[in-house]
Write a protein that binds this ligand. Structure first.
Ligand SMILES: [Zn+2]
Length: 109
C-alpha cells in the first residue's frame, strides 16, 4: 500500500519526465525552456496542494480540475504528446498511470 506522499512524489516524477520529453522533442532543448519550466513548476505546485491525492489516480484525469484554464491546455498538450511516448521510454514508471489517463481522456470526448 502506497502512502499519499509516495503517490504525490510519483506524480511529480511522471509529470517532470513528460515535460522534459515534450520540451526536448518539441522545442529541441536539452534543458527546459522558460515556457516549459513554468508549466512544470505550476504542475508541481498543484500536486503539492492537491487535497484529492488519496482518491484520484493522476492530476490530468482529476474531475476537479484545479488547473487554470490556460495551464490546463498546456498540460493537456504535453500529456497528449508525451503520454504515448512515456509508455515506450519509461514503461515501468508510466504504464499504470498513463494507460488510465489516456483511456479516461478518450472516453471524455
Ligand atoms: Zn519547452
Amino acid at each position: 500500500m502506497k502512502s499519499i506522499d509516495d503517490k504525490r512524489e510519483q506524480e511529480k516524477r511522471v509529470v517532470t519526465q513528460m515535460i522534459q520529453l515534450y520540451c526536448k522533442k518539441r522545442h529541441h532543448r536539452s534543458d527546459l525552456c522558460p515556457h516549459c519550466r513554468e508549466v512544470l513548476l505550476y504542475a508541481i505546485d498543484r500536486s503539492d496542494h492537491c487535497p484529492f491525492m488519496e482518491s484520484k489516480t493522476f492530476c490530468s484525469n482529476c474531475k476537479v480540475h484545479c488547473y487554470r484554464p490556460e495551464m490546463r491546455e498546456k498540460i493537456r498538450e504535453i500529456m497528449v504528446f508525451s503520454g504515448p511516448r512515456m509508455l515506450f521510454y519509461h514503461p515501468v514508471l508510466a504504464v499504470s498511470h498513463m494507460l488510465f489517463t489516456i483511456k479516461e481522456r478518450m472516453n471524455r470526448r
